[in-house]
Design a protein around this ligand. Structure first.
Ligand code: SF4
Length: 235
C-alpha cells in the first residue's frame, strides 16, 4: 500500500453520540478520540468494532489534549455512537497503473475524494470496495487472518502472473495474487465452504476466502460485514 499506515495506532474519532444511549451515559461526546478499548489500542474503525463487541468496555479517550477513562456496560443493542469516516489521507492507495483505470478516466473538476485510488482492505471489508492485494504487507495479511476480516473483494484482473502484472501497469512491487488468495482461504476454516467475490476482466466469481458469521445480538452494526469482525461471533 502506498499511503496510510493501517498498523499505526491513532484511535477513532467520534462523530456523534445519540442522546440517552449507552455512549451518552458514559459521557462520550462528538470529537472524542477513543484510543483504546479494554486496554487494546485502536488503529481504526475495524479495531473499534472488533473490541466493542464485549459487554463491558473500558474506554481510553482523548479530549482537548487530555486523557480520560470511561466505562460502558451494555446489555444489548447499539452503543449509540457514530464514528468519523476515514479522510483521504488515511486511506491506503494502490500502487498500480492499470491501462483502463477508471479513476484516470474521470473528468476534471469533481470533488477530490472521487480521485482517491483506494486499495485498502479495510474499505473492502467495511464497504465492499475491490482491492488488488498487490503490495499488501505481511503484517496486514496477518491482521486479516487474526481478525477474520471477511468478506474481502479482490480484483483479479488475470490469473496468469505475468499478464496480471502487465494489466496492473507493471507496479514496482510485484505481489503474487494466488499465493495470497490461497493463504487467506486457508485461514478461513468455515465448515460450510468458502466463496469470494472476485473481479477479473471477465467479472468471474471464484471460490476463495469468504466466511459468513452470525453476529452476536449486540453486534454494533448488525451487518454481516461488521459482524464478522466481532470477536466471538457465532459461526
Ligand atoms: S487497481 Fe488499477 S483500476 Fe484500480 S485504482 Fe488502481 S490503477 Fe486504477
Amino acid at each position: 500500500m502506498t499511503s496510510c499506515a493501517p498498523s499505526q495506532v491513532e484511535g477513532v474519532l467520534v462523530a456523534s453520540v445519540r442522546p440517552r444511549s449507552a455512549a451518552a451515559r458514559a459521557g462520550l461526546r462528538a470529537g472524542d478520540r477513543i484510543v483504546a478499548i479494554n486496554g487494546a489500542p485502536l488503529r481504526d474503525a475495524i479495531d473499534f468494532h472488533y473490541h466493542a463487541g464485549e459487554a463491558r468496555l473500558r474506554l481510553q479517550i482523548e479530549r482537548d489534549g487530555r486523557t480520560r477513562h470511561s466505562r460502558i456496560e451494555r446489555a444489548r443493542g447499539h452503543l449509540g455512537l457514530e464514528l468519523e469516516a476515514p479522510r483521504p489521507g488515511e486511506i491506503a492507495t494502490c500502487a498500480n497503473k492499470c491501462v483502463f483505470c477508471f479513476i484516470h478516466q474521470l473528468p476534471k473538476g469533481m470533488r477530490k475524494s472521487l480521485y482517491v485510488k483506494d486499495d485498502d482492505f479495510r474499505l473492502s471489508f467495511l464497504h465492499g470496495n475491490y482491492i488488488t492485494l498487490t503490495d499488501l504487507e505481511d503484517t496486514e495479511l496477518r491482521r486479516i487472518e487474526e481478525q477474520r476480516l471477511s468478506p474481502l473483494y479482490v480484483s483479479v484482473h488475470a490469473m496468469e502472473p505475468d499478464l496480471r502484472h502487465r494489466l496492473l501497469g507493471q507496479p514496482a512491487v510485484r505481489g503474487e495474487l494466488m499465493p495470497r488468495m490461497e493463504r487467506l482461504a486457508r485461514s478461513c476454516s468455515c465448515p460450510n465452504g468458502m466463496t469470494a467475490r472476485t473481479s477479473s476482466a471477465r467479472s468471474a466469481t471464484s471460490r476463495a476466502c469468504i466466511l459468513r458469521w452470525r453476529p452476536r445480538p449486540w453486534c454494533p452494526s448488525g451487518s454481516p460485514a461488521i459482524a464478522s469482525a466481532c470477536r466471538g461471533c457465532a459461526r
